[in-house]
Design a protein around this ligand. Structure first.
Ligand code: NAD
Length: 263
C-alpha cells in the first residue's frame, strides 16, 4: 500500500465536538489500511479526522473545500499533487441535510430541490470528473460512492434525497462501464447509521429512544455503526474486491429484504 493515496469527501468528524461520521470513519479506516488520505470537507472538523489519523501514525491532510465548486476542486487536486503525487481511490461521501429538503414533491421549493441535487449528485459527478484523469495517470484505482437504501425505497417526505441517491447509483454504473478495467466503481447503500450529526441538539434520552424505535424496524434490532460502513468501503477500495464493479452494495442489516408484518 506504500504511496497509495485516497481522497475522501465529507470526511469531517461530526456535530459540535467531532463525533462519529461515516466519512470520518472511512478516512480513518483507509489510513489504517495504509493509504495516505486527503480529507475534504466544507466544515472545520476535517482537521479532527486528520489529527486522529496522525495520532495513529497515519498520514493525512485536510483540505477545506466545497465539492460543488470547480475552483475548490482545483485546490483539492493541487494539494493532492503537491503533498502526495498520484491518486488511487476516491470516496464520495458528502450530503446536504436541511429542514427545507425534507418535503414531498409538492411542498419542496425548486431552490431546495436544486441545492440538494447540486451537493448530493453534482458534488459526486464533479469530483469523479476531475479526479478520474489523475487516477488514470496513477495507473488506475477505485471509486466508492456513498449512496443510501433510500435509493431503492422511499421515506415519507424525503423525495429529493431518494432521487439524488438513485442518481448516484446510476452514476456509479456509468463510471463502472466507462472506466473499467483501469477504475472499478461501486456504491455503498447504508441503512440508518448512528452519526454525531443526528444529535442535532437532541438530549441523550431523546436520542436513545429515537435509535431504539428505528432499531425495532431492522432485523438486526440495532442501528449500524460508522465503522461497519467503513469496513465495506475498505473492502471495495482494496484488491480483495477485484471483480466487483458497478454494484450497489446494501449494508442495512437486512432492512430492505425484510417484511416485518405478521402472517
Ligand atoms: N447517517 C445515515 O444514517 C446515512 C444513511 C445512509 C446514507 N448516508 C450517507 O452517508 C454519507 C455521509 O453522511 P453522514 O450521515 O455521515 O453525515 P454527515 O453530516 O456527518 O456527513 C456529511 C458531510 O458532508 C459535508 N458536506 C456537505 N456539503 C459539502 C460540500 N458541498 N462540500 C464538502 N463537504 C460537504 C458536511 O460538512 C459533512 O461533514 C452521505 O452521503 C449520506 O447520504 C448516511
Amino acid at each position: 500500500m506504500k504511496n497509495k493515496l485516497a481522497i475522501v469527501t465529507g470526511g469531517a468528524m461530526g456535530y459540535k465536538s467531532g463525533g462519529p461520521s461515516i466519512g470520518g470513519a472511512i478516512s480513518i479506516r483507509l489510513a489504517r489500511d495504509g493509504y495516505n488520505v486527503v480529507v475534504v470537507d466544507i466544515g472545520d472538523m476535517g482537521q479532527k479526522t486528520v489529527d486522529i489519523i496522525g495520532e495513529n501514525k497515519g498520514k493525512a491532510i485536510f483540505v477545506k473545500a466545497d465539492v460543488t465548486k470547480k475552483s475548490d476542486i482545483d485546490t483539492i487536486l493541487k494539494e493532492t499533487k503537491s503533498n502526495f503525487g498520484g491518486l488511487h481511490c476516491l470516496v464520495n461521501c458528502v450530503t446536504r441535510y436541511s429542514g427545507g429538503m425534507a418535503k414531498n414533491v409538492v411542498d419542496i421549493t425548486e431552490e431546495e430541490w436544486s441545492k440538494t441535487l447540486e451537493v448530493n449528485l453534482n458534488g459526486y459527478f464533479k469530483m469523479a470528473k476531475y479526479c478520474i484523469p489523475l487516477i488514470l495517470e496513477s495507473d488506475g484505482g477505485t471509486i466508492v460512492n456513498i449512496s443510501s437504501i433510500e435509493s431503492l425505497t422511499a421515506m415519507p417526505n424525503f423525495s429529493i434525497y431518494s432521487v439524488s441517491k438513485a442518481a448516484v447509483d446510476a452514476l456509479t454504473r456509468s463510471l463502472a462501464v466507462d472506466f473499467a478495467p483501469k477504475i472499478r466503481t461501486n456504491s455503498v447503500l447504508p441503512g440508518f447509521v448512528k452519526i454525531a450529526n443526528s444529535e442535532n441538539n437532541r438530549t441523550t434520552e431523546e436520542l436513545n429512544s429515537w435509535y431504539h424505535n428505528i432499531a425495532k424496524k431492522y432485523p438486526m434490532k440495532r442501528v449500524c455503526t460508522v465503522e461497519e460502513i467503513a469496513n465495506v468501503v475498505s473492502f471495495l477500495a482494496s484488491n480483495e474486491s477485484s471483480y466487483i464493479n458497478g454494484q450497489s452494495i446494501i449494508v442495512d442489516g437486512g432492512k430492505t429484504i425484510s417484511d416485518l408484518h405478521q402472517f
